[in-house]
Write a protein that binds this ligand. Structure first.
Ligand code: NAP
Length: 360
């Protein structure tokens, strides 16, 4: 028995990645696909311009795309909705009693909504208690596709030495802009030094994710306060966001000590047992020219964040390069890992608890 899951925004770049990653998932089975009125009422195979490199599964191709109205008999919906509509639609599903695991920005910084990376802040799930929706509905979000790699890299450094300031310059893939995304005449043989709204997300999201959970009468997360200066660029690669990061530490440490804490970082055991958890969530590469987007973006089936070139920084204390897969770790794969954690913790409907108890 698998959980019945839906995908909102199923026709987009992230929606398609959900479909691909959920094929043969041990706990989740796709039973509902929804998108805009342009797609609703049509078979998925006609409505979507399939861009994944595996053939579109026949069962999915024949499913009729629905509009984004809540339906009964769903244990969970994943959202890959455009931000222009995600806020209200996700709220409507949560209010109808359906847990929502979202990729969109709309609810990420809401104090009652977990902004979750299971390896970093699984205890932030306690914030769900503050959401007062009926019959088990709630919203959980995953970070922006560039924030996730940066935050995973900062976690062991912050735990060991404290972080006082960060400067980050990103080189982000075209697929981060969705489909059809950036016009080819703008993208080819070019670098665009602007991605709307992205720098604000990089400057704020890690501060919420890395903050401790305060467990008083009401669970709370007060965001950390160190500055993050971000410059985001769009580069002509398909998948993978590369980030050049410099960090000022609170207590002195040399770059070898920083390299060691990055290399030895492991997710908690309960996270490593989840089906989509990679063997290592962080890998440190010691070749002088690594990580490289094309060579390393698929590490851990896209769920492993690669770090290289850990060395002293002449301005701050230490600098390094981070690479993460934007539509897997930074979107659909990260959201599926979030949903697996919800299921393992018994936070989905009763069928999830049964599955987790079976240890499947
Ligand atoms: P996308 O390719 O443009 O897909 C957008 C999806 O939203 C499509 O399924 C589209 O359906 C649907 N949609 C648009 N307007 C709608 C409306 N009025 N009502 C209902 N559905 C509507 O974008 P994407 O790259 O997949 O991104 C989806 C979300 O994930 C965004 O919020 C984005 O910021 C976030 N995200 C993206 C990435 C990434 O790497 N791409 C990473 C992290 C987070 P139709 O096909 O019917 O128009």
């Amino acid at each position: 028995m698998k959980l019945h899951v839906g995908i909102l925004g199923a026709t987009g770049a992230v929606g398609q990645k959900f479909i691909r990653l959920l094929q043969d998932h041990p706990w989740f089975e796709i039973s509902f696909l929804a998108a805009s009125n342009r797609s609703a009422g049509r078979p998925y195979g006609e409505a979507a311009n399939w861009i994944e490199s595996i053939p579109l599964p026949a069962k999915i191709a024949s499913m009729i795309v629905q509009d984004c109205t809540p339906v009964a008999d769903l244990d969970l919906v994943f959202s890959g909705l455009d931000a222009s509509v995600a806020g209200d639609v996700e709220m409507a599903f949560a209010q109808a009693g359906i847990p929502v695991v979202s990729n969109a920005k709309n609810h990420r910084m809401d104090p009652s909504v977990p902004l979750l990376i299971p390896e970093v802040n699984p205890n932030h799930l306690a914030l769900i208690e503050r959401q007062k929706f009926s019959e088990g509905g709630f919203i959980v979000t995953n970070p922006n596709c560039a924030s996730v790699g940066l935050t995973l890299a900062l976690k062991p450094i912050h735990d060991a030495f404290g972080v006082e300031a960060v400067s980050v310059t990103t080189l982000q893939a075209l697929s981060g802009a969705g489909y059809p995304g950036v016009a080819s005449l703008d993208a080819l043989a070019n670098v665009i030094p602007f991605i709307g709204g992205e720098e604000d997300k990089l400057a704020t999201e890690p501060l919420k994710i890395l903050a401790p959970l305060e467990t008083g009468s009401t669970p709370e997360v007060s965001t950390l306060q160190f500055p993050i200066s971000a410059q985001c660029t769009r580069v002509p690669v398909l998948q993978g966001h590369l980030e050049c990061v410099s960090v000022k530490l609170s207590s002195p440490a040399d770059s070898e000590a920083v390299r060691k804490v990055l290399e030895s970082f492991e997710a908690p055991a309960e996270i490593r047992r989840l089906p989509s958890s990679p063997e290592r969530c962080l890998q440190v590469l010691d070749e002088p020219d690594a990580p490289q987007t094309r060579r390393h973006v698929g590490a851990g089936d896209g769920m492993t964040v690669s770090i290289g070139r850990v060395r002293p920084c002449e301005v701050l204390d230490v600098k390094f390069v981070v690479l993460s897969h934007n539509t897997v770790r930074g979107a659909a794969g990260g959201a599926i890992l979030n949903a697996e954690l919800l299921a393992a913790k018994g936070l989905l409907h009763h069928r999830a608890a049964t599955l987790a108890a079976q240890g499947s």
